[in-house]
Ligand binder design. Sequence first.
Ligand code: ZN
Length: 180
Amino acid sequence: MAVRPVVVWPDDRLRQPSVAIERFDADVRALYQDLVDSMYAENGLGIAALQLGDNRRMFIVEPELAGRAKTDPPVAFCNPEVVETSEEQQDSEEGCLSFPDIYIKVKRPMRAKVRAQDLAGNWFELEGSALLARCLLHEYDHLTGKLLVDFVGPLKRTMIKKKLTKLKGAEASASELGDG
Ligand SMILES: [Zn+2]
C-alpha cells in the first residue's frame, strides 16, 4: 500500500523487542503490503518489520529466492522460529537495507529450516540452503535485534557508524534543500 522509509542503523528502533502477531487481520495484511512495497523499492531480497520501525514479528522473502514462481507474492513469515541449522557453514558477504552500501563477511550455517505462520495464521516450514538459508537467518536475526554490525569488531563498527551517520546527514540536508 505504501513504500515506507527503511530505518538505517544506528537507530534504536532496530533494537526494540518484537512482539508476536496474535490476530491475522487486515492490519497484519497492511503491514505485509508495506513490507512488500518497501522491499521492491529498495531491490531487497528480504525485509523485516523492525526495518520499517514496526515491532511485530514478521519478515518477508522475495518469492524466487524462497522457491516460488517469480510472479508469486513475496513469502510472509509471521512469528518465525529457526527449528534446524546445519553444522556445515558458509562464509560470504552480506548486505542489509538498514546498512546501505555496507557489506560484511558473515559465517552462517549452510542450511536452515524455519517454521512460521502465513498471513492466514497457518503454520508452515521452509528449508533453504546457501543464499536462502543466509537470508532466512539474517531476517530472523532482525526480529531478535541482532544486526550486521554485531558480527564485526569495535574498530570496524565505529567506521560503519561514521559512514552511515554522514550519509544520513547528507540526505537530511538534501531534503531540506528540496523542500526549500
Ligand atoms: Zn537486514
